[in-house]
Design a binder for this molecule. Structure first.
Ligand code: PGA
Length: 252
């Protein structure tokens, strides 16, 4: 019922040449239409990606975005600039933005609202630290992140846009330590329950929830076979066309 969605977060990786080769590998290798594929390259690669993806079903996303329309914000990128380049998704609330750049719930909330106002689909990341998990606080942390991040947003704000939620346990990102399918499923089911409380059961049922954190071709299938896991947000393993496409085929 929910079409799987696999997104690649390139982070701060690849030269232009490497990025071009990666996209060419993806476009020549993409065969099936049974899942949605999104790539989120660095800003500097977005215009090139737009032209390389012109005849492809692969969609384009950004890794971050500013919460204002325009102005004196040195180094920042606005929603309209992304829209101009057919960049229709944006990753917001990633744990690296939260921890390294100190993005708060309020800032993430403002960015999500800005994305929705410009018909850009947010990929809203939530996830607990290892200390939260060890002190049995995982579900509370996730509830807070969801409620704060989505504060003031109503179901009608999601009429023309899709909210994707990505569950990414911080301890699993870039570490090779993947959550077990059971651990991930428990949190995904919880996320769906909280979304039903915030919006409605109907919206919660159709919201796609990705798992992220050390997703690789060899663990993708068991994760994606869980009832509430509707896709993956992939970091390291998206930098090689073969492994990203293998993960996509595990979703099919
Ligand atoms: P990873 O990163 O797949 O390298 O763990 C995932 C992410 O940060 O989105």
């Amino acid at each position: 019922m929910r079409k799987p969605v696999i997104a690649g977060n390139w982070k701060m990786n690849t030269s232009i040449e490497e990025g071009k080769a990666l996209i060419e590998g993806l476009t020549t290798g993409t065969a099936s239409n049974t899942c949605d594929l999104i790539i989120c390259p660095p800003y500097t690669h977005i215009a090139l990606s737009q032209s390389l993806l012109q005849n492809s079903s692969i969609q384009l996303g950004a890794q971050n975005m500013h919460e204002s329309n325009s102005g004196a914000y040195t180094g920042e990128i606005a929603a309209e600039m992304l829209k101009n380049l057919d960049c229709t998704y944006v990753i917001l609330g990633h744990s690296e933005r939260r921890s390294i750049y100190k993005e708060t719930h309020d800032l993430i909330n403002a960015k999500i609202k800005q994305a929705l106002a410009h018909n850009i689909n947010p990929i809203f990341c939530v996830g607990e630290h290892l200390s939260d998990r060890e002190s049995n606080q995982t579900l509370n942390v996730i509830t807070t992140q969801l409620k704060e991040g989505l504060k003031g947003i109503s179901e009608s704000d999601l009429t023309n846009t899709e909210l994707i939620v990505a569950y990414e346990p911080v301890w699993a990102i870039g570490t090779g330590k993947v959550a077990t399918p059971e651990q991930a499923q428990e949190v995904h089911a919880h996320i769906r329950k909280v979304l039903a409380e915030i919006f409605s059961t109907e919206l919660a049922d159709k919201t796609r929830i990705q798992y992220g954190g050390s997703v690789k071709p060899d663990n993708a299938k068991t994760l994606l076979s869980q009832a509430d896991i509707d896709g993956a947000l992939v970091g390291g393993a998206c930098l090689k066309a073969d492994s990203f496409l293998e993960i996509a085929s595990a979703a099919a």
